[in-house]
Design a protein. Structure first.
Length: 417
């Protein structure tokens, strides 16, 4: 069997992979491109929070992968087994080997459910829920509908994870549901975060502390979920004190929303592309691999210290595409990524705090005339309508658009807040 070879080979057909392929073909239709992606279903993962909160349906987050990849792009429906960067080849689970001139690595994250003892056995029953998988997200909404009182726990594991604000987004949606039903005072809601504070960017952390206080939520920091017994409705946490000492405590619950630990996929960790921590070893500005100049990466599996969000991918795509095209033309790398990420924090069932920031926690609002710490109806519209539309119809189709171009449109909504 002859080995296939492509000028550009992309590993991963999620937000990053599809966007890179479609954007590159728009700029240079003569470039041969292939995507390796085993799944035939594509999910709009930012929508999972509001599916769990009852404001969106799972069906609205789903598209067929075949409808997103342009016919001019070769789709290889297989799993990557190993990388051979010295030979410029990728070995697939089927036994096939594919060669490339340039490789783009963007397989996303894996959810490490088994790092929490007992979780897999009880997830999806006993009011143990999680928004992080399409197989489990609808159960979150079932739990919220059925619960009338008691203790509701919301957990966050050690970083990095997809969208650092997501574990608390569902907590606010739940609290607002309870408030609107007139039963909020019958609940003890607790946020159990393995990290040291509400949010990694102090500018927004202070504003979120006010949101927590408004709902009467108790916060527990340096508190990491390590085990769960669904039958007895008991969760075990490892708590780290100020001196670094650790002890285990147990909490009873009537409902618990679990954010699982996350990491780069195992086939990345064991590959020559990984750094010591298991992530694709990238230059944080050029997104070029630190050891293999014809390899680039973006999205959640990369080593870059930005928020792992679709908004980050939107900014990374043109950097990867333009830098590869530059190398093809024997030009120097000219495009850089500043670490931009965005986290639309759903603070109620009709308001969102739009947190935007770059490397080092620098606040980078797309609409500087609007205080980004304010909870706004405008951004709820964005979360439920505007951002999904941009994802499906602009980003994944390979078009480029800067959010500031929408300022005149956004101004018409400001008065509605």
């Amino acid at each position: 069997m002859s080995q296939q070879h492509f000028p550009v080979l992309i590993v991963g057909g999620g937000a990053a992979g599809v966007s890179v392929a479609n954007n590159m073909r728009r700029i240079n239709a003569s470039v041969g491109i292939a995507i390796i992606e085993p799944s035939e279903t594509h999910y709009y993962q930012p929508g999972f929070t509001i599916v769990g909160g009852g404001a969106y349906t799972l069906k609205e987050t789903i598209r067929k992968e075949a409808d997103l990849i342009h016919p001019s792009v070769t789709w290889v429906k297989d799993f990557v087994e190993t990388f051979n960067p010295d030979d410029n080849t990728v070995a697939l689970r089927s036994g096939e080997t594919i060669g490339y001139d340039y490789l783009v690595v963007c397989p996303g994250l894996q959810l490490d459910w088994d790092k929490i003892e007992g979780l897999r056995d009880t997830l999806g029953k006993n009011n143990v829920c999680s928004n992080y998988s399409p197989e489990t997200v609808e159960y979150t909404w079932q739990c919220l509908q059925a619960l009338e009182s008691g203790t509701a726990l919301f957990t966050q594991p050690p970083m990095p994870i997809k969208c650092a604000g997501a574990p608390q987004k569902i907590m606010y949606l739940a609290a607002d549901r309870f408030r609107k039903k007139g039963i909020l005072d019958k609940f003890n809601i607790e946020f159990c975060n393995a990290g040291p504070g509400m949010f990694g960017v102090p500018f927004f952390a202070k504003a979120l502390t006010k949101v927590v206080a408004d709902y009467g939520i108790k916060t527990n920091f340096n508190c990491n979920l390590v085990a769960i017994d669904g039958d007895s409705k008991t969760a075990t946490f490892e708590v780290t004190d100020a001196d670094g000492g650790k002890q285990r405590i147990s909490k009873n619950f009537d409902m618990i929303h679990v954010t699982p630990p996350q990491s780069a996929p195992d086939f990345i960790k064991k590959s020559p592309l990984a750094n010591a921590a298991g992530w694709v070893d990238l230059n944080e500005n050029s997104l070029q691999h630190n050891r293999y100049p014809n390899i680039f990466g973006l999205g959640d599996a990369g080593s870059t210290p930005n928020a792992k969000t679709a908004a980050a991918v939107r900014k990374q795509v043109p950097v990867v595409v333009d830098n590869i095209l530059n190398l093809m033309a024997s030009k120097a790398l000219s495009h850089t990524y500043d670490g931009y990420g965005s986290c639309p924090l759903t603070t109620s069932l009709n308001t969102v705090m739009l947190a935007e920031f770059a490397y080092g926690g620098k606040v980078t609002p797309s609409f500087p005339f609007i205080d980004p710490r304010k909870n706004r109806l405008l951004w709820w519209w964005g979360k439920t309508t505007g951002f999904p539309w941009l994802y499906w119809h602009i980003m994944l189709k390979g078009l480029r658009i800067d959010i500031p171009h929408l300022e005149s449109y956004a101004k018409s909504f400001i008065s509605k807040d």
